[in-house]
Design a protein around this ligand. Structure first.
Ligand code: B12
Length: 305
């Protein structure tokens, strides 16, 4: 999660600094924190909500009516509606090409300068979906197609992981929300989507146990007994052979489901969606679906542990 001083918020949203200050005073919609230097720091969520407000005002809505909806509702609407403005998409597209052009031969300094610079100036949600996940996919593809070595792929993957971990570490440690375990099943090394899932859970205030790649079922069950999750999310990017998929479903149903609600996501889960669903395990279609599930989960009263 990034924080932004008011001049950058003005740039990112197209609103003047005065308007932002007035809305902050009058409508109590913004929650800037104060840095050590006493400057206001606005969150990614503030920026996203302000962009949404600006778009609605441009479309003829009134700020008074919008403000009555309250922050929580506006943030939910903003998340659902965030339009991928063509200019931003082009900017990300160009940046990705620039980043990829630094990989063979590897020019670490240019790669890190460009990546760090880009990730620091946009709300982290946008950096994740617009830069980091597409970069991961393209870098992996370059390796699969033999254009770069596995070492360079691992280097870039680790840079992407660091960015997501560091955004997570800036979030407050949740003490009370729903408890969620996020893991990849045995044999699954593709862990970036799981990390992105963990980040989404953290942003929504869940208590998250992120276990990463290739987690043995027995170890997962043991942890679930210990932390009693409200939900265990399994990320399955790889499409498994029939027998392997059946084996995984059986293990989740027999071993994990008795201890925790389970949900699965990823291409490998979608490929055998009916089998999961017929066995009582819901499949989350995409990150929007995940968000809905988490919002429902966070509205449920949670027992304190
Ligand atoms: C990067 C990559 C790698 C990296 C992984 C790095 C890492 N730490 O994650 C490395 C180089 C290590 C790798 C290794 C391998 N890979 Co690979 N890899 C890829 C690649 C290029 C991108 C995957 C990726 O990270 N995408 C970005 C993330 C964010 O997307 P994702 O994981 O697909 O997840 C998306 C959805 O599935 C979903 N999702 C996933 N989980 C969840 C969970 C929830 C709750 C929700 C809501 C959504 C969701 O959301 C994501 C965004 O849309 C894909 C091809 C491609 N273009 O997709 C191949 C691919 C996945 N790999 C593949 C293979 C075969 C392998 C290897 C077996 C190759 C080998 N011969 O060794 C190995 C070992 C893999 C193993 N045992 O797990 C195949 C899988 C084929 C299949 N059967 O499905 C693919 C499809 C390539 C191909 N076309 O053949 N790979």
């Amino acid at each position: 999660m990034n924080t932004h001083r008011i001049h950058r918020v003005a740039k990112l949203t197209g609103l003047s600094k005065d308007v932002i200050r007035v809305w902050e005073r009058r409508f109590n919609l913004l929650k800037p924190t104060r840095g050590t230097n006493r400057y206001r720091n606005y969150s990614d969520e503030d920026v996203m909500m302000l962009r949404y407000l600006k778009e609605q005002l441009d479309g003829g809505a009134s700020i008074g009516e919008l403000a009555k909806l309250g922050r929580e509702e506006l943030v939910t609407r903003a998340r659902a509606n965030t339009p991928r403005v063509a200019v931003v998409e082009n900017m990300f597209g160009r940046l990705l090409q620039e980043l990829l052009s630094t990989l063979n031969p590897l020019d670490r300094v240019t790669f890190e300068k460009r990546l760090n610079g880009a990730v620091a100036v946009v709300p982290f949600d946008e950096a994740l979906s617009g830069i980091l996940l597409p970069l991961q996919e393209q870098v992996g593809q370059l390796w699969h197609d033999g254009h770069i070595g596995i070492a360079v792929e691992h280097y870039v993957t680790s840079q992407i992981q660091q960015k997501i971990f560091s955004a997570m570490n800036q979030l407050p440690v949740a003490e009370f929300g729903a408890t969620v375990v996020v893991a990849c099943p045995p044999g699954e090394e593709h862990d970036i989507a799981a990390l992105a899932v963990a980040y989404q859970c953290r942003v929504r205030g869940c208590r998250v146990y992120y276990l990463g790649a290739n987690v043995p079922i027995a170890a997962l069950v043991k942890l679930c007994h210990e932390v009693k999750p409200d939900l265990t999310i399994i990320s399955c990017p790889i499409v498994r052979a029939e027998d392997k998929a059946a084996e995984l479903i059986q293990a989740l149903v027999e071993d994990v489901s008795p201890v925790s609600d389970v949900a699965v996501g990823g291409h490998g889960a979608l490929a055998v969606r009916d089998r999961f669903v017929n066995n009582g395990i819901p499949v989350l279609d995409d990150f929007r679906d995940l968000e809905n599930r988490l919002n429902r989960l966070m509205r449920k009263p949670v027992l304190q542990r």
